[in-house]
Design a protein around this ligand. Structure first.
Ligand code: PAP
Length: 327
């Protein structure tokens, strides 16, 4: 989540900027709980600066067939999914010595499209990306993400999480950014805003459903993973992720304990204790450590009142009815 002002290219095409500004001014707008203006584009709410980046992404991004895009609603397990994917793609017979995860944070290794690359430049130089395959991440919903992908066979992995845990995680995250105690009044506002659907990248139900439906319609290219399943059966889920990405574990790797090594490397405890994540700072000037907290399922029970939980459950029940999806 980027809180800093974008550093745009000086030579941006003026006509395109004017076209974007005119489009954005015609969109529905609203104010979120933090008093920040949001615009609704293709059914999703964005801060204006991120929306410019989304539009640039849609206009300029040229996918490679091998690209992998990791997607999520904020606070749903983005950091963990990034780490697991990097670890899967960089596994080698030598184990985890000099592993990329020990020299950069998961967010540094898998940059956000609209909150990093296209926020800094309308046409970022993607040839500088040295990883192969290229790894990107996003908080855009699937229909918006897919616009420039057209018939590309690139792979998209989505991680979803119980909405009540997402809200509690977001509450702690925002409190840390604002250097305030996590107070019940701000949690109440976050719940209200969630139920109304007006928050950056919201409404969460449309976000999740876009990927859920996409994964059912096109399972070869869209994989849907639940944070809770990753916690409950990490081994099976990592095998599933490896199969989907076209890098399944060999029998030899399984015997050597490669899956367990990756899970240990990417555990919250291990990642949060790496020097790079204890002391480093992200592209958006945030400490890497802010992305690691408890990582527990049902932590909401420690924070939400019964009234808050019931309100959220009612919205989720109504919005997901008939979709076959339980989060
Ligand atoms: P982002 O969308 O802003 O990048 P994201 O990584 O999705 O954030 O969410 C952070 C949550 O993932 C935190 O959850 P919590 O507040 O409930 O604790 C964080 O602790 C959790 N998390 C980060 N890394 C891991 C990991 N390796 N394993 C499990 N959970 C993790």
């Amino acid at each position: 989540m980027n809180q800093t002002e974008p550093l745009r290219n000086i030579g941006d095409d003026d006509d395109v900027r004017t076209e974007f500004r005119s489009l954005i001014s015609s969109l529905p707008s609203d104010i979120n709980v933090q008093g920040k203006k949001l615009c609704n584009y293709q059914g999703c709410w964005y801060y204006e600066k991120n929306l410019h980046a989304v539009l640039d992404y849609q206009k300029h991004f040229k996918p490679l067939d091998t690209d992998i895009i990791l997607s999520s609603y904020p606070k749903s397990g983005t950091t963990w999914l990034k780490a697991l994917t990097v670890a899967l793609l960089h596994r080698s017979k030598d184990g985890i010595q000099s592993h990329p995860l020990t020299s950069d944070s998961p967010h540094g290794l898998v940059p956000f499209l609209e909150m990093n690359l296209y926020l800094k430049s309308s046409t970022p130089d993607l040839t500088k990306i040295s990883s192969s395959p290229r790894l990107f991440s996003t908080h855009m919903p699937l229909h918006t993400l897919r616009e420039p992908l057209k018939d590309s066979p690139c792979k998209i992995v989505y991680v979803s999480r119980n909405a009540k845990d997402v809200l509690v995680s977001l509450w702690h995250f925002r409190s840390k950014i604002e250097k305030k105690e996590a107070e019940i009044s701000s949690l109440n506002s976050i719940v209200e805003s969630f139920c109304k659907g007006v928050d950056n990248n919201g409404p969460v139900w449309d976000h999740v459903l876009s990927y859920w439906k996409g994964s059912l319609e096109d399972p070869k290219h869209v994989l849907f993973i639940r944070y809770e399943d990753l916690k409950e059966e990490p081994y099976a889920q990592v095998m599933r992720l490896a199969d989907f990405l076209g890098c399944p574990f060999t029998q030899e790797e399984i015997h050597r304990g490669s899956v367990e090594k990756i899970l240990n490397l990417c555990s919250l405890c291990n990642l949060s204790n790496l020097d790079i994540n204890k002391t480093g700072v992200s592209w958006n000037n945030m400490d890497h450590s802010i992305y690691f907290r408890k990582g527990e399922v049902d932590d909401w029970k420690n924070h939400l009142t019964t009234d808050m939980a019931n309100k959220i459950d009612m919205v989720i029940h109504e919005k997901f009815q008939g979709s076959g999806l339980k989060i």
